[in-house]
Ligand binder design. Sequence first.
Ligand SMILES: *Cc1c(COP(=O)(O)O)cnc(C)c1O
Length: 367
Amino acid sequence: MNRIPMFDYLVQYHKIESDILAAVSRVLNSGRLVLGNEVRAFEGAFVDFLGGGGSAVGVNSGTDALAIALMALGVGPGDEVVTVANTAVPTVSAIRMTGAIPVFCDVDASTALMDLEQLAYCFSLKTKAVIPVHLFGNVVDVERIRSIIGNRDIRIIEDCAQAHGAQLRGQPAGTMGDASAFSFYPTKNLGAFGDAGLCYSNDTGLVKEMRRIRMYGFDDAYYSEREGINSRMDEIQAAVLNVKLARLGDNLEKRRKLAGRYNQLLDPAIERIKPGEYVDHAYHLYVIKVDERDRVRKELTRQGVDTGVHYPFPIHLMRAYRFLGYGEGTLSNTETLAKKILSLPMYPELPPESVENVSALVNRAMA
Ligand SMILES: *Cc1c(COP(=O)(O)O)cnc(C)c1O
């Protein structure tokens, strides 16, 4: 049996190679390599994908998209931003890029999402924003966050790096907060062939600020209306994304079908990370909970199945973030989940037979 990988972009690339090469050649012959027609077209197409209504700003990465959204909201040194510690490190890097202090809310043990029962206890007079992370393609209840915020002056930025195409009560992830951030890192549900990201908002004033911050604070060259950075999206990545966005709907359907097969084939006694209520999950990852995770993982590797752990180290316990003052035991669900979670192979081109093989091997390894 061939190895079953966690992710394989080459299978997809070979299916769309001629379209990609044509798009890249179009860019190279256009005479424009950054922030041109491909980026504008992609921003427009992505807004349509999210149902219209807002505006998008193409940037250089998901990390930058989060940082730019925070900067546009005026978040800076001394402010606090509430998020979770079971996310990709970049959620926290982005907060630190503004000089603000991350405050960690524990997560729900069954969904692995921000525990909204505890959110209000994380607020202080310094809190400027909340970043709910739609982890694994699951969706945090943003409306409920809004009602917990009440009349406090706190903004919501959705971290949608894993949730392209996910919905809550029919509303696309990314359209419910004050702003949202997407990543197009190659492994994401919509992946470029390099780095790219995007900011989205329904608030035109905020979009104008995000667009300025993306390029040195300019409306026009060479004059800064405000302080900014360089986080331009390049035309080649935008052209690749234009080709791949057209296939995102199909790919989401494939992910959901594969997840449905795992749901059927895995032993019912095996615990899974549950979709939130009213969530149409985007299955960036399919994650189960395993008591003897490291033993089971080793056994699967031996049998030719690659698995992942997203993420093995809670951020509040990492050396880089010890200065924040969280000790072991301060976020108990986050810490317990980090020891148990196991991500099974999941990408649109994963053959259904592989899901059958993986499920049988997982069932046997856990029996
Ligand atoms: C990937 C990811 C990011 C960062 O995106 P980059 O494009 O790699 O900077 C942020 N948050 C989450 C939850 C992610 O998975």
